[in-house]
Design a protein around this ligand. Sequence first.
Ligand code: XIL
Length: 302
Amino acid sequence: ASTLGAAAAEKGRYFGAAVAANHLGESQYASTLNTEFNSVTPENEMKWDAVESSRNSFNFGAADQIVNHAQSRGMKVRGHTLVWHSQLPGWVSGLGTSDLRSAMNNHITTVMQHYKGKIHSWDVVNEAYQDGNSGARRSSPFQDKLGNGFIEEAFRTARAADPNAKLCYNDYNTDGQNAKSNAVYNMVKDFKARGVPIDCVGFQSHFNSNSPVPSDYQQNLQRFADLGVDVQITELDIEGSGTAQADNYRRVVQACLAVSRCTGITVWGVTDKYSWRASGTPLLFDSNYNKKPAYNAVLTAL
Ligand code: XIL
């Protein structure tokens, strides 16, 4: 196959990109997206501050634009994200415990029902664990007020809201085996043992020289898959350039293909022009939409 999406589809997988609604009108952006990718993730448009900036007043305009763009072209959509400490409006942080609980459940239910049947996988909870060796939860309004049970509650609410969407836990620095990924692993294992609904784990995979592709990346994906969940590479970008960058991208693709439950890869942007890593060049197309060596490495590996 001659495009990323078609090549991934031949392997039973999707190949997606994070997309910003305000770039869809740029013709090179749209044509690169439409030609190469068969899944999209709204980069910011489904986050809490975008859809519910004031309590129980929902605005789906920008997210709908992306979902409609994708649906009319037969692309899948990943939902990102329902419960996260970041890009969270101030009114949520200010709530007391019982209001926070009902606001969280109302948010999950309203957003998921709006998109019911249109989202293949939802990042229900994003980045709930700390970095470092503690394996502890990260402080957040949800953690601090609702306690450890907030993740389970969010997943149960999500299952009820759209029973056909895959429900994912998503995080970064969990790509190799370490204290943080062990903590997530133990949570997933516990959820599976107790029948708490969870279908997939997302590995963000933001890599750079301080945080390279781990040598045990594939092994780590496999141990999660062995718990009975799908695994997805959800926000891939790799700082660098040329052959070194291409080699790292190849390793990521090979790792996913080697794990039968690794169902798809999403890169965190279409082009270096709009990468959130403003100083870097971490994506597959350069800022003029030319294919980089990393693009060729990915297409060849798929
Ligand atoms: C980033 C977006 O790319 C930026 O545009 C925004 O300013 C901040 O968030 N982990 C996540 C993503 O789960 O939602 C983040 O996206 C990158 C890190």
